[in-house]
Design a protein around this ligand. Structure first.
Ligand SMILES: [Zn+2]
Length: 223
């Protein structure tokens, strides 16, 4: 028998539990991009959350977007300062790239990012060790929109919907105009199919990731 409805609205009712609900985490890399403002308007209009893996150099040039992302409940992560391949960088460069970006985000929005996504999703044991120093797990993606490649609204929508499944982490870019143009339709379709658009933090909540852990683990890797 169903439990009786509570007399008072449960203050935790809005809390997302992705072990019981259908969740998708859309993630936007390399920003804040040129179209971040329009994207934030669309997300707000549809009550959707997203995660932005930000590049420090653009945090510095577009700090107002970062402030708005945090204020409107989105998650912000670290995606390096100037996008070098970390697996071809010295430890000093990697540390500097992470630190400068964390500092820029802190300055722009008052928060310290908790998640690291290395440029191109390229990681190795050295990158993992340095992520441990910063206390950050490494977040990759379960599927990509291939938006940077197609730059075609219909193809981006089709590809995104084909990889958006329960607890997916989908790679997108807010500097691709066609991605932002496709967003209202992508969000409406996902929501109609029962998905909650949440942050990466919601999706990984029950994974118990430690600093330096890579999620999802690339094929053939062991944690
Ligand atoms: Zn990138």
């Amino acid at each position: 028998m169903a439990a009786p409805a509570p007399a008072v609205a449960d203050p935790k009712a809005k809390e997302v539990d992705c072990t019981r609900m259908k969740c998708v985490a859309l993630t936007f890399d390399d920003g804040p991009g040129k179209y971040a403002g329009k994207l934030l308007d669309i997300l707000k209009e549809h009550d959707a959350k997203a995660t932005f893996f930000l590049e420090g150099q653009y945090v510095k040039s577009r700090p107002a977007y970062v402030k708005r992302m945090v204020k409107e409940g989105h998650a912000v992560g670290n995606h390096s300062y100037a996008h070098p391949d970390f697996t071809k960088s010295t430890p000093a460069t990697i540390r500097n790239e992470i630190k400068k970006t964390n500092d820029a985000i802190k300055k722009a929005a008052g928060v310290e990012p908790k998640l690291l996504r290395p440029p191109y999703g390229m990681s190795d044991l050295q990158v993992q060790d340095i992520a441990v120093e910063f206390g950050m797990p490494i977040i990759l993606w379960t599927g990509g929109s291939r938006d940077w490649e197609s730059k075609n609204e219909e193809k981006i929508k089709k590809q995104t919907l084909s990889v958006a499944k329960g607890n997916s982490i989908v790679l997108m870019h807010d500097w691709v105009k066609q991605t932002v143009d496709a967003m209202p339709s992508i969000i409406k379709t996902l929501q109609r199919n029962g998905y909650h658009l949440v942050t990466v933090d919601d999706v990984i909540k029950h994974e118990e990731l430690k600093p330096g852990d890579v999620f999802p683990l690339p094929e053939g890797w062991e944690q």
